[in-house]
Design a protein around this ligand. Structure first.
Ligand code: ZN
Ligand code: ZN
Length: 364
């Protein structure tokens, strides 16, 4: 029986061939996980035309047997360098052209491999595994849905217990704690909790500022479900309802809705970005939406495809992307609303469900 990992490796092998190489040395640990199910690190996968071998060491033998039964293993003995192990297998497979992952392999590692294998041509490839990872299968989608569930559950607890004297850092720490309590492995990235004018920084780090000093707080958080991740943003009204805030909030929400409605197979990522950008521009905030509309989500919280103004991606069924327009006014604050969306065969399914109507984000 061909398992899902083997079929991924077969697809990859065809891409490697098309890229003009006989084999690919996969050194990006996330890509190794994608191709084998192995959740550890420090291991490389050599993918040849009709076989693949995992290069690892004895710390992982048991885990490898459990997580990837049947996979060909090359366990290097203590004292043997990884590069020597790579060279041994490349020589025994009689490879003439070996592709490496040019996006992530350090130049020094490339040089060491090249000097061990003077007769082998080393070619840098780009995005071969990442391209496969863009399209999620059923199992992956259910793991993303699970990661969203953890994030939503933890957020619900936090929201119910918000107090003006809590600091951004306390809320972020508590969110991490709640994520673990409800079953997640942890956060998919350090949560952003940004009150008032600090919400104008799209990637604000948390401070000891009490949230009660302002009228609203932006929370950007996600769960690590073990392997797959989620990523959400909501802005909560924690003080007075400011007319300016309400106006900006409604613009961002409308922009997000327009973009979500444009998600479907065959749509250009660039056009989906544009749907949101038009709404924001029409309201007079064009220059205050400075980032792309969203990104792919999976084993990593930011992965291909990118949805932006310069994106050449065509959406395909199975892609899971965030849709997260924002308006940021320096010195005043910012609003971003982010949901996780699956491209289906006929359109889209919004996988996340934290309430986002204006009335629903007012904390009493
Ligand atoms: Zn986010
Ligand atoms: Zn995001």
């Amino acid at each position: 029986m061909v398992d899902r990992f083997q079929s991924r490796r077969e697809k990859l092998s065809r891409l490697v061939n098309r890229a003009g190489a006989e084999a690919l040395l996969v050194t990006n640990f996330t890509n190794v996980t994608y191709l084998t199910g192995f959740s550890g690190d420090d291991s490389y996968l050599l993918v040849c035309r009709d076989r693949a071998v995992m290069l690892s060491d004895s710390r992982y033998t048991t885990q490898l047997d459990e997580e990837c039964p049947g996979l060909d293993l090359e366990i290097r003995p203590p004292g043997t360098k990884m590069v020597a192990t790579v060279a041994k297998r490349v020589r025994s497979a009689r490879l003439g052209r070996l592709a490496i992952e040019g996006d992530s392999m350090p130049v020094s590692l490339r040089d060491r491999i090249a000097s061990e294998l003077p007769k082998v041509e080393i070619v840098a490839s780009s995005g071969l595994v990442e391209q496969l990872r863009e399209i999620k299968d059923k199992e992956e989608i259910s793991q993303i849905v699970e990661a969203i569930w953890y994030a939503e559950k933890a957020f619900g607890v936090i929201r119910a217990g918000l107090l003006p004297e809590m600091t951004e850092k306390e809320i972020s720490d508590e969110l991490a704690h709640q994520l673990r309590l409800c079953g997640a492995a942890g956060c998919s990235f350090p949560s952003v909790v940004a009150a008032g004018h600090r919400a104008a920084l799209p990637h604000a780090t948390v401070t000891e500022q009490k949230i009660g000093f302002s009228d609203f707080v932006l929370v950007d958080w996600g769960a690590d479900g073990g392997l797959y991740k989620s990523d959400l943003t909501r802005v909560l009204v924690t003080g007075r309802i400011l007319l300016k805030f309400k106006r900006i909030y409604e613009v961002v929400l409308k922009a997000q809705r327009k973009a979500i409605d444009a998600v479907r197979p065959g749509a250009l990522a660039h056009d989906v970005d544009l749907r949101a950008r038009e709404v924001i521009a029409k309201a007079g905030f064009a220059r205050y939406f400075g980032h792309g509309l969203g990104h792919g989500l999976g084993l990593e919280v930011h992965e291909a495809p990118r949805l932006g103004i310069d994106s050449k991606v065509v959406l395909k069924p199975g892609m899971v992307v965030t849709i997260e327009p924002g308006i940021y006014l320096p010195g005043w604050g910012g609003v971003r609303i982010e949901d996780d969306v699956l491209v289906t065969r006929t359109g889209r399914r919004v996988l996340s469900s934290v309430p986002k109507e204006f009335e629903e984000v007012i904390v009493d």
